[in-house]
Design a protein around this ligand. Structure first.
Ligand code: FAD
Ligand code: DHB
Length: 390
């Protein structure tokens, strides 16, 4: 089989890249080791920057997003039995974020790809990118029990943190930076109205908690749990009790509980692989970098990478120019490191670290108090939260 761009991974990075390239008349094939129904069952991101919404709009994916997405122009920081609103719009000259689940974006992308008749192969095994340092790269895999080779001009490694693309790069060609946090997020999804119409990020002596949502009738909540915790140890009742214990009383009293229909634990890490281009192989999204979820940057970064790479590929095929492809890694990494810093900072500000003593806790509270009194400090938070421009 031959195509122009072979895309490994059918998460938001791979599907969005495929969508933009198809729109520009560039042939592509998406391959994924997971089944399509499993891809659609994953519950992950919920908060989109305006830049992300713009890229999705330009790719023709705005209809349901604008209909069902919730515009949020503020969120709360809760600590010390109080609550402070970060006025995103007021602090950033009118910017906001949109609450629209990654599951919905993935569904929109899969539907669009199928409507356009673009080829995707699911449930494949042993995906390996080859010869990307030369002129004729190709990808091998097993599909329906049979070996398949996809010859292409470029390979986009959109296969997440545990994918095959980054692993195919010789370690000597790459530098990795990593921080692993000693805790994870236990997330729960339930068909109950959210406790508040805006998100609440809570710093509490028992650990961090986040109140988010997917719609006005569907809530997404998270609590910090120790690394290595098992989801089986958390009945719904234990989760609801722990969530309420970590919120200021006036919020805790208003939490509507109900049976969960998804519960899972995500470990927290910061990770960056540099560079993001190796000859004709490009790493995109979580394949190249991971941020802890605090601040909601992972999916937004993936969309930023796709924006830069699709520009480079379109320039290559349209004008024969290599400038965009050559600039890809540096442009993406400059944005990535700012989000890595912001996510690390927000994680450090809001979570309980096992090794932290009374001093570190006092420093967290002083910084939270500073954010409530200093417009400059709150503006830094708001500017990063709504997303730096690109
Ligand atoms: P992925 O979504 O990981 O997709 C990779 C795809 O590659 C998968 O379909 C996988 O099956 C496939 N694959 C893997 N290995 C192989 C292989 N060897 N061969 C073939 N295919 C392979 N981000 C935000 O911006 N906002 C948020 O609010 C937010 N909240 C989050 C909350 C949680 C609990 C978590 C866990 C993450 C959150 N994120 C958030 C991060 C966001 O979900 C990720 O950054 C995003 O999924 C990255 O997309 P991706 O396409 O690069 O990778
Ligand atoms: C969600 C996830 C985040 O990481 C965040 O900062 C806000 C919301 C969510 O899944 O809804």
């Amino acid at each position: 089989m031959r195509t122009q761009v072979a895309i490994i991974g059918s998460g938001p990075s791979g599907l969005l890249l495929g969508q933009i390239l198809s729109g520009a008349g560039i042939a592509n094939v998406v391959v994924d080791r997971t089944r399509r129904d499993h891809i659609l069952a994953r519950v992950r991101a919920g908060v989109l920057e305006q830049g992300t919404v713009r890229v999705l709009d330009q790719a023709g994916l705005g209809a349901r997003l604008h209909n069902e997405g919730l515009i949020h122009d503020g969120f709360s920081l809760a600590f010390d039995e109080r609550d402070h609103r970060i006025d995103l719009a007021g602090l950033t000259g009118g910017k906001h974020v949109t609450v629209y689940g990654q599951t919905e974006i993935t569904r929109d992308l899969l539907d669009a790809r199928e409507t356009d008749g673009m080829l995707s192969l699911y449930d494949v095994e042993d995906v390996v990118p080859h010869d990307f340092d030369g002129e004729r790269p190709y990808v091998t895999l097993i599909h329906d029990g049979k070996p398949l080779r996809i010859d292409c001009d470029f390979i986009a490694g959109c296969d997440g943190f545990h994918g095959a693309s980054r692993r195919a790069v010789p370690p000597s060609a790459m530098t990795c930076y990593e921080r692993i946090y000693p805790f994870g997020w236990l997330g729960l999804l339930a068909e109950v109205p959210p406790v508040s119409h805006e998100l609440i990020y809570a710093n509490h002596a028992r650990g961090f908690a986040l109140c988010s949502m997917r719609s006005l009738s569907r809530s997404r909540y998270y609590v910090q749990v120790p690394a290595g915790e098992k989801v089986e140890a958390w009945s719904d009742q234990r989760f609801w009790d722990e969530l309420r214990a970590r919120l200021p009383r006036h919020h805790a009293e208003k939490v509507t509980t109900g049976p969960s229909f998804e519960k899972s634990i995500a470990p927290l890490r910061s990770f960056v692989a540099e560079p993001m281009r190796f000859g004709r192989l490009f790493l995109v999204g979580d394949a190249a970098h991971i941020v802890p979820p605090t601040g909601a940057k992972g999916l937004n970064l993936a969309v930023g990478d796709v924006h830069y790479l699709s520009e480079g590929l379109c320039e290559h095929y349209r004008e024969g120019s290599e400038a965009g492809l050559e600039a890809y890694s540096a442009r993406a990494l400059s944005r990535v490191w700012k989000a890595v810093r912001f996510s690390w900072w927000m994680t450090t500000l809001l979570h309980r670290f096992p090794e932290a003593g009374a001093f570190e806790t006092k420093i967290q509270l002083a910084e939270l108090d500073y954010l409530t009194h200093s417009r400059a400090a709150a503006s830094m938070l708001a500017e990063n939260y709504v997303g730096l421009s690109y």
